[in-house]
Write a protein that binds this ligand. Sequence first.
Ligand SMILES: *Cc1c(COP(=O)(O)O)cnc(C)c1O
Length: 384
Amino acid sequence: MQIVTIGENYVMLRDETTLMTKRVYNFSAGPAVLPEPVLAEAQRDLMALPGVGASILEISHRSKTFERIIGEAEANLRQLLGIPEEYTILFLQGGSRLLFSMIPMNFVDAGHPVCDYLVSGSWSKYAAQEAVKFGETKIVWDGKSTNYDRLPCKADLQIDPKAAYLYYASNETIQGVQFREEPSADNVPLVCDASSDFLSRPLDIRKYGMLYACAQKNAGPAGVSIVILRKDLLARSKESLPGYLNFQIHAEAESLWNTAPTFAIYVVSLVTKWLINEIGGLEKMEAINRGKARLLYEAIDSSGGFYAGHAQPEFRSMMNVSFRLPSDELTKQFVDEAEKQGMTDLKGHRSVGGIRASIYNAMPLAGVEKLRDFMLTFHNQHPQ
Ligand SMILES: *Cc1c(COP(=O)(O)O)cnc(C)c1O
């Protein structure tokens, strides 16, 4: 046990061995695994921020210290994704689900009465269901007929050139299908829900009108969403909107119109710092993520059908690996046995069934190797 003195009045007890050995490999879809160096730094700052003497939980969102923290979070995001000046970055509450409503509320207007939705899985479907309440919503493609195991090709999409925007989800967290590249929207602004693959790979932000992500999959804890928005689109936000739901108001106030989710933004600043300093940027992160995903998909493909992947191979997600076993009974055994061996949260979403392994940025290679080895052993123990 290590005793760390903080200021004059406090000590913090720290047991390195407990911290390291009691952590499982957590395959949760979200809130999800965070990098250990981030958790260790947050643990320290929970008692007292160095040089401040108060917890990260206790300081004003208008203090110099927090201004520095939110400034760092933004600067790190700009550096990682190469976000140019024409884009504003907002830190908002309400999660991705609130953005499902805010997007049509802000962007559909008299000049752009129609919005286009590409439905590739549960989350884009839920987003389209909200849009209907605020504008004429056209479903330009829907993968429902094969239970969302694939994505459209260019020729499948007929975009209305006057549409307010084309909406899609870059990675469907439940079905495990992921776009390799952006669907082409010509001159229509592309709006992307990147909640579950944000910061997993580089991208060209200039292709987007707006890209957003709730933090709790790949960028931080629950409580904040990150919105990257081309500034010219702010002109569409109507004054009649409720204040909190107006992108323009948040942009003018630099995300401090009301009390910001300070702790969540602080953790985003740590995660992005980790990506820059310890991983070495998003190209490196993508290479690591590809390697991790390959291990699991190879185990699926070499199992002679014992494991059956949900997504068609060319649309497979690097982040959420969804697959089935031959029976519900074996699925349950797989989940229970894996948990006993320190691999948790592997049960698939009820709409797809089977297993889902979420292997976000912070899931170490060792965790994926352990799961791959477990898959091979489990198959050998249950020959069909
Ligand atoms: C988790 C998730 C959401 C929902 O996020 P909330 O913050 O719970 O509203 C939306 N879209 C995608 C792709 C997700 O993975």
